[in-house]
Design a protein around this ligand. Structure first.
Ligand SMILES: Cc1cc2nc3c(=O)[nH]c(=O)nc-3n(C[C@H](O)[C@H](O)[C@H](O)COP(=O)(O)OP(=O)(O)OC[C@H]3O[C@@H](n4cnc5c(N)ncnc54)[C@H](O)[C@@H]3O)c2cc1C
Length: 331
């Protein structure tokens, strides 16, 4: 069953998209948001434990004020300076971790009184001792139970938003892992406003058990032929060269449709997710001669195809993108 948060019930009015506001709550005055509900969004067989967590903003200045593409900070109270988490910080600001907002600006109740996060538990081993180390904030959020309170700050961010006149653009959204979070809210906002132009979502995950919000995206794709939903499953699928299937390989596969679309000045490109996805996507954009990227001084398209991940030139490449049409949030 598809939840009512993705398509507005007919009897409710559609509230306006708010202006951009930042830092209504700062680390010195965080808001205690109550956990309303949560559910696991990667399958139980997946080695990646990701949760969709819905928080109440009731009584806060953030009601109806956040925009999709922004993030909120979470203070993982009690998880720091704790031997179990093996991660000692001193300043409160160091303790805050950012999480992309996954809900449309109207929240789940179409009044903006809730906010949702999409969080992956960070779990590693300490290289020197072999001990299990749990990421402080991600496990704090995923462990939270309905009724618990969580201190949040924000909203933050002005650079990964949809434009103020979102229906006048085409979009190509590229995501890896929890980088899918903002696109859920973006797709909900676009189609609930009557979006009629083209939107592509290319979503990369390691295993098919990791595809988050698949039901929600399929729901929109089945109803809107202008929504092209494509997944790249790197450890189960292969690209035509026999390598792992990454987001850039799917972009290449669909480039007959994407090249003319991306050439248009009213097409916007968004990239969100794991640090490292840019090393595959930038070379593809240069290969197709996209006007979203410019060649940094002294570099050729061939140089960029062979650039190692640790090369300092990536900073120049990053700066050479068309920032009015190419938005990036990787972490
Ligand atoms: C703008 C932005 C948006 C983001 N959005 C999202 C989102 O939507 N969803 C999401 O899940 N994340 C998101 N993140 C990432 C998030 O902010 C956190 O960085 C992430 O959840 C890890 O935080 P943590 O507190 O759980 O881990 P930390 O405690 O900060 O630890 C980080 C990593 O180090 C490991 N570690 C810690 N101590 C040790 C040790 N002694 N030895 C070895 N390893 C150790 C941990 O296991 C973990 O893997 C976003 C980041 C940014 C900047």
């Amino acid at each position: 069953m598809i939840a009512s948060f993705i398509e507005k019930p007919a009897d409710l009015p559609l509230p306006p998209i708010p202006d951009t506001t930042v830092n209504l709550y700062r680390p010195k005055n965080p808001f205690p948001a109550k956990v309303l509900r949560k559910h696991r969004i990667t399958e139980s067989a997946s080695p990646n434990h990701c949760w969709h967590v819905v928080l109440s903003l009731e009584g806060s200045k953030m009601v109806g004020k956040y925009r999709i593409g922004q993030s909120v900070g979470v203070v993982p109270e009690g998880r720091f300076n704790d031997a179990e988490f093996n991660y000692v910080h001193t300043a409160l600001t160091d303790k805050i971790r950012l999480y992309s907002i996954a809900s449309a600006c109207w929240g789940d109740d179409w009044k903006g009184e809730t906010i949702s996060l999409c969080v992956k538990r960070e779990i590693t081993e300490d290289q020197s001792t072999g001990e299990l180390v749990l990421g402080a904030a991600s496990n704090f959020i995923c462990d939270a139970r309905p009724g618990d309170e969580m201190l949040i700050t924000g909203p933050v961010g002005k650079s990964f938003l949809l434009p103020d006149d979102p229906l006048n653009y085409n979009y190509v959204f590229a995501a890896t892992g929890t980088g899918i979070a903002p696109y859920l809210g973006m797709i909900i906002e676009l189609f609930n406003q009557g979006f009629e132009r083209e939107v592509w979502l290319v979503f990369g995950v390691p295993y098919s058990t990791d595809i988050m919000y698949d039901g929600e995206f399929r729901y929109f794709a089945n109803r809107h032929p202008n929504f092209h939903y494509v997944t790249a499953i790197s450890r189960e699928q292969y690209n035509p060269r026999g390598g792992k299937m990454y987001v850039q390989d799917r972009l290449e596969e669909h480039q007959n449709a994407l090249i003319p679309l991306l050439e248009k000045q009213d097409t916007l490109f968004y990239m969100c997710g794991l640090k490292g996805m840019e090393y595959g996507i930038y070379p593809w954009l240069y290969r197709i001669g996209s006007n979203l990227v410019n060649l940094p001084d002294g570099m050729t398209v061939e140089d960029i195809q062979q650039l190692p991940r640790d090369a300092s030139e990536w900073t120049k490449i990053e700066r050479s993108r068309d920032r009015r049409r190419f938005f990036k949030e990787t972490y």
